[in-house]
Ligand binder design. Structure first.
Ligand code: FVH
Length: 293
C-alpha cells in the first residue's frame, strides 16, 4: 500500500505482547513505524514486516513527532525515556498506571517540552485491530485531535477529559469491576466442583445471568447521582441480606471458602445495620457509600 498523508509516521517504544500487536496494525495500515525494545531480539520479526528498528529509545524518539509508549509500568517508562529529547514531541503513554502516575508523568513531559496524553487500553492483544477494542485517553485534547486517525488504527479512541489522571482512573475502575466479577464466577464454579454438574452446563446460565444483572450498573449510577436509594426498589436490602445466609451456608456445605463473596456480604450487612434499619428498603447501591475512606 502506498503511504498517504493520512498514514503518518510514528515511533513505538515497547514490543511486549501488546506493543507487538499494536505495531502490526500500524504496519498493516501502511504507517511508517520506528520501533525500539529493551530486548532487541523482539524487534527482529517486525523489521521483516517493514518496521525501522532503532538502537536506543532516544534514537527512536528522535525519528518521529508522535511517540507511543507501551511498556510494563510507569517505572519502565521513566527508564526508557530517560535521556531522550522530548522537546516538541507528542507522547502517548499506553502503559497501564495509576491516576497519580498519569498526572506526574504529564507534568514531567511538559517540563521537557512535550505534549502528553495518558491512556488505558481496554483490550487484550488479540483484540487489537478488531471491533470492540478501545483505548481511553486523557490529557492534551489537541494531541488526540491531531493524531486521531493514527490512534484509531489499533483501537477506537475514547477521550475522557483534560485531567491526565482520568484515563487511568477509568481503566482501574473497569479492571476492578472485572476482577470482582471474576471472583464471583470463580466462587460459582467452585460450588459445583465434585457434583454431577459439568462446568459447561453451568457456563451458559452464568453468562446469561451476569448479562441480566448488568442493569445494576445504570441503577447504581442513577442512585448515586440522585442520592435516592429507595425509589423503585424491587429487591430490598433486608431480603437480600437474609438470602446471603443461604449463600454462605451452601458454600460451607459444599466445602467452598467464602473468602471471595464474604466481603461484599459484610458490606451489605453493615449498610443494613447502619441507621437502625433506615436502609432496609434500599437495594444494594447504598452500600457503595460505605467504601470511601
Ligand atoms: N497484555 C494484556 O492483556 C494487557 C491488556 C491491557 C493493557 N495491558 C498493559 O499494556 C502494557 C504492556 O503490556 P504487554 O502485554 O506488552 O506486557 P509485556 O509483554 O510484559 O511487555 C512489557 C514490555 O515492557 C518492557 N519493559 C519492562 N521493563 C522495562 C524497563 N525497565 N525498561 C524498558 N523496557 C521495559 C519489556 O521489555 P523487554 O522485557 O522485552 O526487554 C516489554 O517490551 C502494560 O502496562 C500492561 O499492563 C496489557
Amino acid at each position: 500500500t502506498a503511504t498517504t498523508s493520512a498514514q503518518r509516521p510514528l515511533t513505538l517504544l515497547g514490543l511486549g505482547d501488546m506493543g507487538t500487536a499494536l505495531a502490526r496494525t500500524w504496519l498493516a495500515a501502511g504507517h511508517p513505524l520506528t520501533v525500539w525494545n529493551r530486548t532487541a531480539a523482539k524487534a527482529e520479526a517486525l523489521a521483516g514486516e517493514g518496521a525501522a528498528v532503532a538502537a536506543t529509545a532516544a534514537e527512536a524518539v528522535a525519528a518521529n513527532g508522535l511517540v507511543v509508549v507501551c511498556l510494563l509500568d510507569d517505572a519502565s517508562v521513566g527508564a526508557a525515556l530517560d535521556g531522550a529529547d522530548l522537546s516538541g514531541k507528542d507522547v502517548v503513554n499506553l502503559t497501564t498506571g495509576r491516576p497519580s502516575e498519569g498526572r506526574a508523568r504529564a507534568a514531567w513531559a511538559a517540563e521537557r517540552g512535550a505534549r502528553f496524553v495518558d491512556a488505558g487500553i481496554m483490550a487484550t492483544p488479540v483484540m487489537i485491530g478488531n471491533p470492540g477494542a478501545y483505548v481511553l485517553y486523557s490529557g492534551s485534547r489537541a494531541l488526540v485531535d491531531a493524531h486521531r486517525p493514527t490512534l484509531e488504527v489499533p483501537a477506537a479512541v475514547r477521550y475522557v477529559g483534560e485531567d491526565p489522571g482520568h484515563a487511568a482512573l477509568y481503566d482501574v475502575a473497569l479492571l476492578s469491576a472485572m476482577y470482582g466479577m471474576f471472583g464471583g464466577i470463580s466462587h460459582a464454579f467452585a460450588l459445583i466442583e465434585g457434583e454431577d454438574v459439568a462446568p459447561k452446563e453451568l457456563a451458559p446460565l452464568l453468562s446469561e445471568w451476569l448479562g441480566a444483572m448488568g442493569f445494576f450498573v445504570g441503577n447504581a449510577a442513577e442512585r448515586l447521582t440522585s442520592r435516592d436509594f429507595t425509589s423503585g426498589v424491587v429487591s430490598n436490602l433486608a431480603m437480600q441480606v437474609a438470602a446471603t445466609g443461604t449463600l454462605l451456608r451452601t458454600a460451607e456445605e459444599q466445602g467452598v471458602s467464602t473468602e471471595l463473596i464474604l466481603p461484599y456480604v459484610e458490606l451489605m450487612r453493615r449498610r443494613l445495620a447502619a441507621g437502625g434499619g433506615a436502609h432496609a428498603g434500599e437495594d444494594t447501591a447504598g452500600a457503595i457509600t460505605l467504601l470511601k475512606r
